[in-house]
Design a binder for this molecule. Structure first.
Ligand SMILES: [Zn+2]
Length: 45
């Protein structure tokens, strides 16, 4: 599998695209945020 074939999403918190990671291989469908930091930062403001 080529690196460029990895799926990616855009994080709604930081608005940056992030790429599939090995640790997400079993729950990629449920991954919304690029990092724990963003997932804990949902409350804008
Ligand atoms: Zn983020």
């Amino acid at each position: 599998m080529k690196k460029c074939d990895l799926p990616s999403k855009t994080c709604p918190v930081c608005n940056r695209p992030f790429t599939w990671r090995k640790k997400w291989e079993k729950n990629w469908e449920n991954v919304v945020y690029c990092s724990k930091r963003c997932s804990g930062n949902r409350r804008m403001k």
